[in-house]
Ligand binder design. Structure first.
Ligand code: FE2
Ligand code: FE2
Length: 304
């Protein structure tokens, strides 16, 4: 018999030098890391209690994330010589999943020390080939996600502020005169977005001041959409090197997701996101992948 595990959450690797491995993998694979967790853990390892100082981190990228754990002899985190140590899965019922794994022929190797000797927090199970599975208790998922969201962001400064105007040409002429700005060639787009009510495609016309950063963006959009004209500021825009990660961080920090750009294949967030603070400020994250296209646009071409 077998157990249906959910989508894999992470691969764990045990390394002799945690900081060195983080540096190496950052430069080799471009991975970035959650703040290192360091603490004494007591685990039941093959029925015997073991206490060890454990240092570990996860890649911000994922899932699947890459977990790095500093090696500790005499514990479940023995040096492995660089191979995969375990594959990790969150499960809604840790003890139930453990019983299924045991019934499927896997052996319990380690778990936290519960008073009743049952599974607690996480558990490692191994099979006859030495393959190790980690199951993690869903009740710890939120604190895990918050830890990950505390990692470094990739926001690279304010690129623009934006106004949503009823008529693009009128606004270009007014603000051009008043503020001494000249404009990149106006663009017209059908933009596909995901909002709370569902997915939709809507037409917008827009331009950016050639002066900047920060540039001034003018957008003319349809009534009833997020680009309906408003008085005052519509949003401030920031470049993001890792749109998915930065969007998740903003949400964890209290700026709810309002709009996510959709790719042609329906992937999101793609290109940009809008977030709102409780205070009413709208923030746009723009994927830096489009930065070269913007530079060409400011230099006189079309934005493509
Ligand atoms: Fe793990
Ligand atoms: Fe914008």
């Amino acid at each position: 018999m077998s157990i249906e595990l959910p989508e894999m959450h992470h691969f764990g690797i045990v390394v002799p030098d945690l900081d060195g491995a983080m540096d190496d993998l950052s430069s080799q694979l471009g991975l970035t890391w959650a703040p290192v967790r360091h603490g004494e853990r007591t685990v039941r390892h093959h029925g015997r209690l073991v206490t060890t100082d454990l240092r570990l981190t996860y890649s911000m990228e994922g899932p699947p994330h890459l977990e790095l754990i500093g090696q500790a002899r005499g514990t479940p985190w023995e040096p492995t010589g660089g191979g995969i140590h375990h594959a990790g899965f969150w499960v809604p019922d840790l003890r139930g999943a453990g019983r299924l794994l045991a019934r499927a022929g896997m052996t319990l190797e380690a778990t936290y020390d519960a008073e009743d000797g049952g599974l607690l927090g996480f558990a490692y199970f191994t099979d006859v080939n030495g393959f190790r599975v980690e199951i993690l208790d869903d009740s710890r998922r939120q604190s895990f996600d918050e830890w990950l969201a505390g990692g470094p962001g990739h926001i690279a400064g304010i690129s623009h502020t934006a106004l949503a105007v009823p008529d693009l040409e009128t606004a270009m002429s007014f603000y051009g005169d008043a503020l001494g700005l000249t404009w990149a060639r106006p663009q017209q787009r059908a933009i596909s977005i995901r909002v709370a009510a569902g997915d939709l495609t809507t037409e917008i016309r827009f331009t950016y001041s050639r002066q900047g950063p920060p540039h001034l963006e003018l957008i003319e959009g349809a009534a009833g959409t997020v680009w309906a004209p408003v008085s005052g500021l519509h949003h401030i825009g920031l470049w993001s090197h890792r749109l998915e990660i930065d969007a998740a961080r903003l949400q964890h920090r209290g700026m709810s997701l309002e709009v996510a750009g959709l790719s042609r294949s329906g992937r999101q967030p793609s290109g940009f996101t809008y977030h709102r603070s409780a205070h009413g400020l709208r923030v746009e994250l723009v994927d830096t992948a489009s930065q070269p296209a913007f530079e060409r646009w400011f230099a006189g071409g079309d934005l493509r």
